[in-house]
Design a protein around this ligand. Structure first.
Ligand SMILES: Cc1cc2nc3c(=O)[nH]c(=O)nc-3n(C[C@H](O)[C@H](O)[C@H](O)COP(=O)(O)OP(=O)(O)OC[C@H]3O[C@@H](n4cnc5c(N)ncnc54)[C@H](O)[C@@H]3O)c2cc1C
Ligand code: FES
Length: 419
């Protein structure tokens, strides 16, 4: 038998040696498969094998493989989803504000319009700083796309980029945006129940997906789980309160570290609060890599569809010269840094987190086409908080039983249309 195999990607044919990495073979033959990490984590290179076999590079989605990891062992037919082309644009930071302790909202204006699908991410290189991946979100009032990109970014202790937000990086700062990348984007047309899970700022892409899904199919059953380490970091409360008004949406806020006095909020990690999954569910999980991999196991067991965007830290920069190499060795021996700055340490949050979150709700919190009816007249902040929490409580705690009884159908697969 010949050592070569024939691969067809989107109708284009080429030959590779048996055992070659699919992505390398495609690129060497001038066939573009988008990629980013080349490590089997970002999902950008995921393709569907409709005929033939590969080894390695399996994903949690049936029939899909990571082209950067998979080795060709037989003739192959490969299909790719339609995604916007990777592009580069110059941009400027036009807005920056703290929405919760150590969580910033950034508004970025690209020089030219850029296309992406909700749930995809870009690499942002602020002038003078290394590139970092961030996932655009919808604005707090549910708007997505347009001329400004919204980001939610968590400040990480010792982080090169995030500790500079508000000091070295201020409104007016110039940057470069490259992308979009990633595979955890909303597939339009699906009808299966959407389970959208975001831990910390993993809520950013989750909110983008939810806002677009509600715009496209207002009545699609949806469960949204938003987790935070500590109560003050549950920055998305205003959005959750608005979503809780929708009859098809169930909201489950979770906080890892208690004590929590709000009955609408569940304590502990996200995993135990997941609804019982079935094969027709479509699960999106973004944020903590630990949470994403725990959910992957649950999804596999249920046979559901899974799209994930783990917020893996950027790889260390290549050291230059002897001193750089020594620094890397020392860093490798240093104890693991804490995951994030403890916002409670040394400075008590002076404002009730819900007062703070709800004060950010604009007059018209969710666009007309997203909400089933206009929000009621604005209440005083305290009354508004109680009202918001009672809505979340009703949806989050009262509907557990009905969660598993809702009708479900299979999800659509192919993406189309840009934001
Ligand atoms: C696909 C993708 C999408 C992402 N989207 C977002 C987003 O929308 N919002 C957001 O806030 N972040 C997001 N991230 C994480 C982001 O890219 C950076 O890793 C993060 O902002 C830290 O950057 P830094 O330069 O401040 O820290 P670095 O200088 O890169 O890291 C400093 C130290 O902190 C550790 N570290 C880095 N990130 C974390 C973390 N999250 N938790 C614990 N330790 C960490 C590093 O290992 C290192 O030891 C995303 C990551 C990926 C891969
Ligand atoms: S390029 Fe293959 S998973 Fe990232």
């Amino acid at each position: 038998m010949s050592n070569f195999r024939t691969v067809t990607v989107k109708g284009r044919q080429f030959r590779v040696r048996a055992g070659d990495v699919l992505l390398d073979g495609a690129l060497a033959n001038g066939v573009e498969i988008p990629f980013d990490c080349r490590a089997g984590t970002c999902g950008t290179c995921m393709v569907h094998v409709s005929k033939g076999q590969t080894v390695c590079g399996e994903t949690h989605t049936q029939g899909m493989i990571y082209a950067c990891q998979a080795r060709v062992v037989s003739d192959l037919d490969v299909e790719m989803e339609d995604v916007p082309e990777i592009d580069i644009s110059k941009a400027r930071l036009v807005g920056l504000r703290e929405v919760a302790p150590d969580i910033m909202e950034l508004m970025i204006a690209p020089e030219k319009s850029i296309s992406y699908l909700p749930g995809q991410y870009f690499k942002f290189t602020f002038n003078g700083y290394p590139a970092r991946a961030y996932s655009p979100t919808a604005s707090f009032d549910g708007r997505i796309g347009g001329r400004v990109i919204h980001l939610n970014i968590k400040r990480v202790r010792g982080g090169r980029v995030t500790t500079a937000l508000g000091s070295g990086i201020r409104p007016g700062h110039r940057l470069r945006i490259q992308g979009p990348y990633g595979h955890a984007f909303l597939r339009p047309g699906g009808t299966g129940r959407l389970i959208l899970v975001g831990s910390g700022t993993g809520f950013a892409p989750i909110w983008a997906i939810a806002a677009m899904a509600l715009r496209e199919q207002r009545s699609r059953p949806m469960v949204i789980i938003a987790g935070a380490k500590k109560l003050p970091q549950l920055y998305m409360t205003p959005i959750l309160a608005q979503l809780a008004r929708l009859p098809n949406v169930t909201i489950i806020p979770t906080v890892e570290e208690g004590p929590i006095n709000h009955p609408s909020i569940r304590t502990g990690r996200i995993e135990p609060h997941m609804p019982t999954l079935t094969a027709s569910d479509v699960v999106y999980a973004c944020g903590s890599p630990r949470m994403v991999s725990a959910l992957a196991g649950m999804v596999d067991k249920a046979g559901a569809t899974f799209y994930a965007d783990p917020f893996d830290p950027a790889p260390p920069e290549a050291p230059s010269g002897l001193i750089g190499r020594i620094k890397t060795l020392v860093a490798r021996r240093a104890p693991e840094p804490e995951p994030s700055r403890d916002s409670g340490k040394g400075r008590e949050p002076s404002v009730d987190p819900f007062e703070r979150a709800l004060s950010l709700v604009p007059k018209d919190p969710i666009e007309d086409d997203l909400a089933p009816r206009r929000p009621e007249p604005r209440r005083s902040t305290a009354a508004e908080r109680d009202h918001a929490l009672s809505l979340v409580r009703e949806r989050a705690l009262g509907e557990q039983a009905s969660l598993q009884e809702r009708p479900r159908r299979a999800a659509g697969q192919m993406a189309s249309g840009h934001v």
